[in-house]
Design a protein around this ligand. Structure first.
Ligand SMILES: Nc1ncnc2c1ncn2[C@@H]1O[C@H](COP(=O)(O)OP(=O)(O)OP(=O)(O)O)[C@@H](O)[C@H]1O
Ligand SMILES: Cc1ncc(C[n+]2csc(CCOP(=O)(O)O)c2C)c(N)n1
Ligand SMILES: [Mg+2]
Length: 359
């Protein structure tokens, strides 16, 4: 089993570049990996850019028995898949389609090449599904694996060069998410960090496996972002991906838009009920998972009620659906914020819900 230290930079690149840029000969890639920088054509005239990092121990645990690892941890493919999803979701949430990615990869010299090849495969495969290719990157040494992707994209035609922002929510809008189920990533994280092997959880084994799988490699309808933008145009008032928890990310939308977003729809209760058996077995609150789960990456949107059916139809054509989770209200005396039924309506603290790297 060769390690990065045995191969050296040139040897590593010789192994991972064919994986990363196997499909890089798209029309847009004028210069791919191999030169000082890549050259990308941007036919629409503007480029959407985002970046996101995953650090071993902070954002994922490697699968294994060694200290700092977990038998429930991630494979290389899963890490690469999640790295793609995190970045592609931010492109999607602007109403854009991804075109290209660059990968900055730092790791200890003792890292097996097979793990890095797996990460490359996961990243390239999920990106390819979204129509994007890896066009470059960087290698470095580090005490733990650190992965930073920068993703580029272009706005969908028909929006007149307009991106879907966080600040367009209007009083009276419906708030919805592009998934039937939120909360699985938090459930999976609880299982991972608690060391709960699904095989030992009896009746809830299947649910636990699904939550762990979703946490390690979220399967998310990212196309919803640009499909909704293209179909609804100006009726898609605001959009964000749920990366730090529904309540927290709805709060960001509310804040940017100067409104209150109240989360109270039946859809949320249905999501919580689906997770209740698993939550009960861990002594946790399924509603807190639904409202607080980060790393979900589903699209959270605000749109006028008159556009809801059209939005549903767009997603249903692709076998997906939209779940209504709340509505947009005037900011009121307490100012712009997101509230959830029973959580922080009377100003009670809902801040424990959701993710912040430094809290
Ligand atoms: N270190 C930084 N330097 C410059 N801008 C930053 C930095 N960190 C965050 N930002 C910017 O702050 C804004 C808000 O970041 P935030 O993390 O809330 O959104 P996000 O990128 O959608 O998050 P997520 O990755 O969780 O989806 C983004 O526009 C982001 O580009
Ligand atoms: C080992 C381990 N510990 C904790 C977590 C949880 N976690 C990390 S980042 C994040 C939110 C999104 O971050 P960002 O805003 O950077 O996209 C969450 C919920 C994890 N995945 N793995
Ligand atoms: Mg985001």
């Amino acid at each position: 089993m060769s390690t990065l230290g045995e191969l050296g930079e040139a040897g590593i690149l010789a192994r991972i570049l064919p994986i990363l840029s196997g499909a890089a000969n798209t029309e847009r890639t004028l210069i791919g990996p191999g030169d000082d920088a890549a050259l990308l054509a941007v036919p629409s005239g503007s480029v959407v850019i985002t970046t996101d990092t995953m650090i071993e121990g902070k954002d994922f645990l490697l699968r294994g028995d060694a200290p700092g690892r977990s038998p429930l941890g991630s494979t290389g493919e899963e890490i690469g898949h999640k790295l793609a999803v995190q970045n592609l979701a931010d492109i999607a949430a602007m109403g854009a389609e991804p075109t290209a990615l660059v990968l900055s990869l730092s790791a200890p010299a003792t890292t097996p090449l097979a793990l890095i090849e797996g990460i490359a495969r996961g990243l390239a495969a999920r990106s390819a599904r979204a129509g994007a290719v890896v066009i470059g990157g960087d290698l470095g040494g580090a005490d733990m694996i650190s992965l930073t992707v920068t993703a580029l994209g272009e706005l969908v035609p028909g929006l007149g060069g307009r991106a879907i922002r966080r600040d367009g929510a209007r009083v009276g809008d419906v708030v919805a998410v592009g998934t039937p189920q939120l909360g699985r990533s938090a459930a999976g994280l609880a299982l991972l960090l608690g060391g709960h092997d699904p095989a030992e959880l009896g009746d809830v084994q299947r649910g636990a496996e699904g939550a762990l799988e979703f946490h390690r490699a979220p399967e998310v309808d990212l196309e919803a972002g640009h499909r909704l933008a293209a179909a609804l145009g100006h009726d898609l008032h605001a959009m964000i991906d749920v990366s730090d928890g529904l309540l927290r990310d709805a709060g960001r939308l509310a804040d940017a838009s100067g409104v209150r977003i109240h989360l109270d729809a039946d859809g949320l209760a249905t999501m919580a009920e689906a997770l209740r058996p698993l939550a009960d077995s861990l002594g946790q609150d399924p509603s807190a998972w639904v409202l607080g789960s980060g790393e979900e990456h589903a699209m959270l949107i605000c749109l006028p009620p008159s556009a809801l059916q059209a939005a549903r139809d767009v997603l249903r054509d692709a076998g997906r659906d939209l779940t209504v989770v709340g509505r947009v209200l005037p900011a009121g005396e307490e100012g712009p914020r997101a509230t959830a039924a029973g959580v922080n309506e009377q100003g009670a603290d809902g801040s424990a819900l959701g993710w912040d790297h430094f809290e």
